[in-house]
Ligand binder design. Sequence first.
Ligand SMILES: Nc1ncnc2c1ncn2[C@@H]1O[C@H](COP(=O)(O)OP(=O)(O)OP(=O)(O)O)[C@@H](O)[C@H]1O
Ligand SMILES: [Mg+2]
Length: 428
Amino acid sequence: MIVAIMAPRSGKTSGLAIPAILAAPGPVLLTSNKAANDAYTTTVDARAKVGTVWTLDPQQIAHHPREMWWDILADARDLAGAKRLAGHFVTASVDESSGSDFWSTAASNTLGALFLAAASHRRPITDVLAWLASPADRTPVDLLADAGHHAVAAQLQGTVSGATETRDGIYETARQYASCLLDPEIAAWVTPTPGLPEFEPFDFATSRDTLYLLSKDGGGSASAIIAAAADAVMRAAVIVAERSGGRLDPPALCVLDEAANVCRISDLPDLYSHLGSRGVIPMTILQSYRQGQRCWGDTGMDALWSAATVKVIGSGIDDADFADKLSRQIGEHDVQTTSVSTSDGGKSTSVSMRTERILPPDAIRALPKGKILLFATGLKVAMLDLKPWFKEPSAKEIGPASARATKAITERALAKATTDRDDFGLAT
Ligand SMILES: Nc1ncnc2c1ncn2[C@@H]1O[C@H](COP(=O)(O)OP(=O)(O)OP(=O)(O)O)[C@@H](O)[C@H]1O
Ligand SMILES: [Mg+2]
């Protein structure tokens, strides 16, 4: 279970994510906020040779045509699942610090109730948007009661029939959280579409398929969908593993590149402790420890950091406290110092020992690009050289394949721009 902390442009994708994906023997999940010349283009060809490639690209980062759909409500058919899904939409929009104020909590509860109402009757997610737009609509309350969720129905009824200002405030907040679904192009990726193949997390766990989850950075964006899909895949993999003797074989690799930007799963720290023993290998890649704290809070990030059995520190750690903490963990060693003194009677030499840090904090902060510190459970800390994919012999094939995939993205973007221009009747 890997957590990597490395500054921007320090080789996170080329030195960690891509080599791990190319070497993976089983299913692979990748989250990313870049398409061209990044992990997606570099690995898509190689992965297509071993299994089906699924690309969930709701914001058109790779301008990938919609060739699949995933049922975002599939796990929301019980209360816990519906709450978790609502949580993804909240976490994608607000920082951990403001995620627990009154409006957020109330909006999250309402969103959860509406997801549950839709999911338990196999309604599409677009119904949830319609209910959010008109709080007076009794349909979700009736659907919940009908499905036996009487307590949730009563709670939703309470919100709806409460003071108008409060109700409107809660609904407006909930609408903001779910706003990405207002775009029909985005909602289509997570709504049942006859004729297109459905991505099934449970089948994926035992396949050698690849799921690319692409999203832009930034709050309120479709990153909630990305987080929900990654969460669904990891949970399904754990369940499949438990059913089949305890471990997935071959293991599933889940690379959460740019995790704090595009894949903010709020209970990732808890999830981590379940994954390793089940043959699900998570690799969470962050730009700084602080970025993790902003996303999961101090305790959450601490938990994630402690749960990781393999911790990778790269160049550009720009946080004095964290560098000092690492330096202390690396430990001290004895250094022998010799002092020579001269006096009338001649020279005398004395040897003394003192302890000093093996790697002082300033040396950690000055770690050159390409070097990493590896903290693995049960081993002494090691300083290693990253081996980026483009320095491996296989780069001879992978480089051109990545260039082709990048070119295809550009062509799709250009084709789309032309169509848009024609649609608006503009001259070409
Ligand atoms: N195909 C390539 N050939 C040569 N150099 C490359 C190649 N791909 C990336 N690099 C270089 O490797 C370095 C690290 O790039 P990489 O994308 O792995 O960093 P990163 O940490 O993932 O960055 P970001 O924070 O932007 O995601 C960059 O300086 C980049 O210029
Ligand atoms: Mg990167």
